[in-house]
Ligand binder design. Structure first.
Ligand SMILES: [Zn+2]
Ligand SMILES: [Zn+2]
Length: 87
């Protein structure tokens, strides 16, 4: 499988993962590796909250949207690749 964003730009790069939000395949340059905090109750009251951290892979589009709209749950590392130039 090839990276969707790169194919749309006329390039073929092998995919290293899948965006867990939109399902697009992403290459090493496009992938955004982040952390997703899942909060869960560990006791009998809502005060007994714990958070588990899991890995989250996303394409640049979804990583941008998630880190804006769900900033408390999703934290992404800065992209290794500069954003596509807008024309
Ligand atoms: Zn790519
Ligand atoms: Zn995506």
């Amino acid at each position: 499988m090839h990276c969707l964003d790169c194919v749309l730009e006329g390039q073929t790069r092998p995919a290293v993962g899948i965006c867990t939000s939109c399902g697009a395949a992403v290459c090493r340059d496009c992938v955004r590796v982040g952390r997703h905090l899942t909060r869960h109750v560990t006791g009998f009251s809502s005060a007994d909250l714990s958070a588990t951290e899991t890995r989250q892979l996303a394409c640049p589009t979804c990583a941008g949207a998630l880190s804006v709209h769900h900033a408390r749950e999703y934290q992404f590392e800065p992209s290794a690749r500069p954003p596509a130039a807008t024309q």
